[in-house]
Write a protein that binds this ligand. Structure first.
Ligand SMILES: Nc1ncnc2c1ncn2[C@@H]1O[C@H](COP(=O)(O)OP(=O)(O)O)[C@@H](O)[C@H]1O
Ligand SMILES: [Mg+2]
Length: 245
C-alpha cells in the first residue's frame, strides 16, 4: 500500500525573485497511516506553510507531494476538494465557528457540503459532540461556550465525517493549560482509535503529546524522533483524561 503522505524535496517559495522567502527549503518526509506526529518549530519556521500543503490548501513550488499515492500537483480543483472533504479533518487555532449557529449546526455544516441527508447529518454531528464531551452543549452558540468548549466543537466538526487524517494547526494556541490538555487528550484518543493525527505547534510541551516529533527550522527538517510504544503507554498513564463539559 502507498504511504499516506510522502513529501520529496519540497520547496515553497513566496515572492520568487529578489525578496523571495523559502518557507519550505527541501523538505522530505513520510507519514504512515495511524501515526501521531507533531511538527514543531518557532514562529516563521514554515509550519503553517507545511500544513497548507499537507492539507491540499496550497501547492508546492517544486518537489513532490503524494497523498495516498496520488500526486497532488496532477489533481484538479474538484479532486483536491474531494480529498480535503473526505480524507482530512482540519482544526485551527482560531476555532473558526459560525457565531449564529449552535454547536450541532456548526458540526453539521461540512456534512451539508458533502451532500449528506438531514437525519444522518444530525446523527453524526451529535455523536461527534458526545465524543468530545459536549453532550450537554449541543444547542449552545459559540458565544455561550468557553474557549475550550469552542475548540471541542471545532474538533467535533473535524471528526464528524470520520476522516482518516486529522490536521491540527496550533489547536491549543488560544486555550488555557487545562483546556489545552483536554484537547490533547481528545487527539490522543482519536489516534488510539486509528486516526492519523498531525499536530502542528511551536510549543515543545504540546508536541510531547505525540509519538513522533518532527522539528522544522527555517523551512528545513532538523530532527525526527519517535517514542517507543512503552513510553507512550507510560505517558498516557500520567496524562489526565478529558472531562465532560
Ligand atoms: N503568503 C505569504 N507570502 C509571503 N511570505 C509568506 C507567506 N506566508 C508565509 N510567509 C513567510 O514564510 C515563512 C514561514 O511562514 P509560516 O509557514 O506561516 O510559519 P509558521 O507557521 O511556522 O509561523 C515566514 O518567513 C513567513 O513570513
Ligand atoms: Mg503558523
Amino acid at each position: 500500500m502507498a504511504k499516506l503522505i510522502q513529501l520529496s524535496d519540497v520547496y515553497k517559495i513566496y515572492n520568487p525573485g529578489e525578496n523571495e522567502v523559502r518557507a519550505l527549503d527541501g523538505v522530505s518526509f513520510t507519514v504512515d497511516r495511524g501515526e501521531f506526529v507533531a511538527i514543531i518549530g518557532q514562529s516563521g519556521s514554515g509550519k503553517s506553510t507545511l500544513m497548507n500543503i499537507l492539507g491540499c490548501l496550497d501547492v508546492v513550488s517544486s518537489g513532490q507531494y503524494l497523498i495516498e499515492g496520488f500526486d497532488v500537483s496532477t489533481l484538479d480543483d474538484d479532486q483536491l476538494s474531494d480529498i480535503r472533504n473526505q480524507e482530512i479533518g482540519f482544526i485551527f487555532q482560531g476555532f473558526n465557528l459560525i457565531p449564529s449557529l449552535s454547536a450541532v449546526e456548526n458540526v453539521e455544516l461540512p456534512l451539508i457540503y458533502r451532500g449528506m441527508g438531514k437525519e444522518e447529518r444530525r446523527r453524526l454531528a451529535s455523536e461527534a459532540l458526545d465524543q468530545v464531551g459536549l453532550k450537554n452543549r449541543k444547542t449552545h452558540r459559540p458565544a455561550e461556550m468557553s474557549g475550550g468548549q469552542q475548540q471541542r466543537v471545532a474538533i467535533a466538526r473535524a471528526i464528524a465525517a470520520k476522516p482518516p487524517v486529522i490536521l491540527a494547526d496550533e489547536p491549543t494556541g488560544n486555550l488555557d493549560r487545562k483546556s489545552g490538555e483536554d484537547v490533547l487528550a481528545i487527539l490522543r484518543r482519536l489516534w488510539r482509535e486509528g486516526r492519523t493525527v498531525i499536530l502542528i505547534t511551536h510549543d515543545s510541551k504540546i508536541a510531547a503529546a505525540a509519538k513522533r516529533v518532527v522539528t522544522i527550522s527555517d523551512g528545513k527538517i532538523v530532527s525526527d524522533i519517535s517514542r517507543s510504544d512503552a513510553e507512550m503507554d507510560a505517558m498516557e498513564q500520567m496524562a489526565p483524561a478529558a472531562k465532560e463539559a
